[in-house]
Design a protein around this ligand. Sequence first.
Ligand SMILES: CC(C)(COP(=O)(O)OP(=O)(O)OC[C@H]1O[C@@H](n2cnc3c(N)ncnc32)[C@H](O)[C@@H]1O)[C@@H](O)C(=O)NCCC(=O)NCCS
Ligand SMILES: Nc1ncnc2c1ncn2[C@@H]1O[C@H](COP(=O)(O)OP(=O)(O)OP(=O)(O)O)[C@@H](O)[C@H]1O
Length: 201
Amino acid sequence: MALVIGLTGGIASGKSTVSNMLKEMDISIIDADVESRLAVEKGEPAYLKIIAEFGKEILLEDEEIDRQKLGSIIFHHSERRKLLNDIVHPEVRRRMNKQIEVAKLNKEKVIVLDIPLLFESKLTNMVDKTILVYVDNETQLQRLIERNNLTTVDAEARIRSQMPLSEKVKLADEVIDNNGSVMDTKKQLIDILNRWGINQK
Ligand SMILES: CC(C)(COP(=O)(O)OP(=O)(O)OC[C@H]1O[C@@H](n2cnc3c(N)ncnc32)[C@H](O)[C@@H]1O)[C@@H](O)C(=O)NCCC(=O)NCCS
Ligand SMILES: Nc1ncnc2c1ncn2[C@@H]1O[C@H](COP(=O)(O)OP(=O)(O)OP(=O)(O)O)[C@@H](O)[C@H]1O
């Protein structure tokens, strides 16, 4: 039986940083952001639905979706965000379930699902245990602005479109505090894995 772990957090809270550590330990990762990008590639069913709802103005010259443009719409308008979520999320769930089946066939003992919206989308039934990567508001805002080169207004809109990390802390089985150094974070991760009896390579 595989143990399925849900790794979550907020935007720019450090999920990829933690999932890269897990990858280095040879633990199998399924990334919702990667699956959601694949689900909206040119010609996919979700791509066609997005154009039907948002119009051809959200396409780039090569007809792929202009993610920056779509982001600037949905992070500032909750009803447009819900519309996009209703199109993309079922596809992401389907793709992740398929990947879980493959990982189980490969006899993976531990499977980690990296899902930013695990709690918002009520996907906890897909996982046995949850780990939250936490940072305080100021660190999250600064790291997001720097990584994505966003204005404060745009970064705040993205953060506000998610459940506050202070709420997510209450729902998670384990919390990693990622305000400190990357080494600090790795120590906390190893502690959790040891407590759960997961061997690391
Ligand atoms: C809006 C889009 C085009 C922006 O693309 P962009 O390349 O700029 O960002 P990327 O996809 O890498 O997402 C970055 C982060 O934004 C946050 N985020 C993305 N979509 C959402 C959303 N609908 N609601 C809240 N937060 C979101 C997540 O924390 C995610 O990790 C894209 O995020 C998208 O299609 N979102 C809808 C699907 C979705 O919910 N994906 C996230 C998890 S499945
Ligand atoms: N402990 C840390 N110290 C300093 N910088 C960090 C730390 N952890 C992460 N970062 C930086 O913060 C940014 C966000 O981290 P990361 O990309 O891992 O977050 P994420 O939760 O995967 O984000 P998203 O879901 O938005 O893609 C990155 O630029 C990363 O290099």
